[in-house]
Design a protein. Structure first.
Length: 379
């Protein structure tokens, strides 16, 4: 069974990377007037998409393949899809002598960048990618041990994450550091797992998962509440306790709509080929865009060109990132996806491709602005 390509999922990827770029390139005005955090919203949308896609793919493959084969092929496929571009980026940054990479390269190489930042190290874009890699290590075992019941897995993740989130407030642990950990993202990833499981169950019954009016209005109320809560209570306990769940419910509704291919603004937006292509290359944009922006902030560049206006920095950095990401897509990522699909293909059926596996979502973060996180932390 080959799942049809869902163009709206690429539309959501484009929205997520767009939110991240707004955060990074919008300057102080955006961060002052959009305090809910455009970047934080983009990261969490990627997390929900990730939980959804990975869960649905796992359940489909476990349906008629031995669990051991599924897990082995899953990990090989993840490595083929994600590691070449990631390690190439690390290698280039290391060779260029970027201190945050050069001095901590082992942390980044083993996907522990989130815990590096949580213990006082530099916060780079790699923190959320590390969260997702850690999630990929955990999820297959949970799905298999639960008897392939994704709803149970989702309930465990959401309940555990919320409990730990509350317990952190009674300990000396910095809540911001908790947000960087895998445990601090259990709720948002769990919501992705939930809709992945529900979507797969619906497809087995011969119908798409249809998000109804109750879900729609619940999601809208949740996202509005989060915006109002920031203005009323700021970046404190209320945000810490509610951000992941509230924005996660809203994004779960959006992902369910995209998977069901329902008509509306997202469907119209996703009809543009440029939008879908940006969704496809969002991984490359994630890996490069902030580092291009950093070029203009280096002492050497300032000494030779002076202070370049922020709008010019943004335009040039975005153009360079798009150029490099496009080259990466055609020369490396797209060919590797063909290899990944062959590795994961079952002898008994075609490989499952939910929404097109060409650009599975990765979390995005900020090199210098921790407002990308649910709770800001100023150093």
């Amino acid at each position: 069974m080959r799942q049809a390509y869902k163009r709206q999922l690429d539309g959501l990827r484009a929205i997520a990377i767009g939110l991240v770029c707004i955060e990074h390139f919008g300057g102080p005005w955006i961060r002052d007037h959009f305090p809910i955090g455009a970047g934080a919203l983009g990261v969490h949308l990627f997390f929900v998409l990730s939980g959804f896609l990975i869960t649905r793919n796992l359940l489909a493959r476990l349906e008629d393949q031995p669990a051991g084969d599924v897990v082995r092929r899953f990990y090989i496929g993840r490595a083929i899809r994600l590691m070449p571009a990631y390690y190439l980026t690390l290698l280039v940054l290391f060779a260029l002598g970027v201190p945050e990479v050069r001095d901590f390269v082992l942390w980044h190489a083993v996907y522990a960048s989130n815990y590096l930042a949580a213990t006082g190290g530099p916060l780079l874009v790699f923190w959320s990618l590390a969260v997702e890699e850690q999630f990929y290590l955990l999820l297959p075992a949970l799905v298999i041990l639960s008897g392939r019941n994704a709803v149970k897995v989702a309930a465990l993740l959401i309940a555990t994450g919320f409990l730990l989130r509350n317990l952190v407030l009674a300990t000396p642990i910095d809540p911001w550091s908790f947000e960087l950990s895998l445990f601090g993202n259990f709720e948002i990833l769990g919501l992705g797992v939930l809709i992945g499981g529900l979507s797969y169950a619906a497809s087995q019954a011969g119908r798409p998962l249809q998000p109804g009016p109750i879900w729609r209005w619940t999601g809208i109320v949740c996202i509005v509440f989060q915006g109002v809560a920031w203005y009323l209570w700021g970046d404190g306990v209320v945000r810490h306790l509610t951000f992941n769940l509230s924005v996660g419910i809203f994004f779960a509704w959006l992902v369910a709509r995209a998977d069901a291919d329902l008509q509306g603004p997202l469907a119209w937006f996703s009809n543009f080929s440029l939008v879908r292509f940006i969704g496809k290359i969002s991984y490359g944009i994630y890996l490069t865009h902030v580092f291009f922006l950093g070029i203009f902030q280096s002492d050497t560049m300032i000494r030779h060109l002076g202070v370049v206006p922020l709008w010019a920095q943004a335009v040039i950095a975005i153009a360079l990132s798009l150029l490099v990401s496009t080259a990466s897509w055609f020369l490396m990522e797209s060919p590797l996806l063909g290899l990944k699909n062959r590795v994961q293909e079952s002898p008994s059926r075609d490989p499952v491709t939910v929404g097109g596996d060409h650009a599975e979502p990765l979390s995005l973060d900020d090199l210098a602005h921790p407002s990308m996180l649910p709770r800001q932390h100023h150093t």
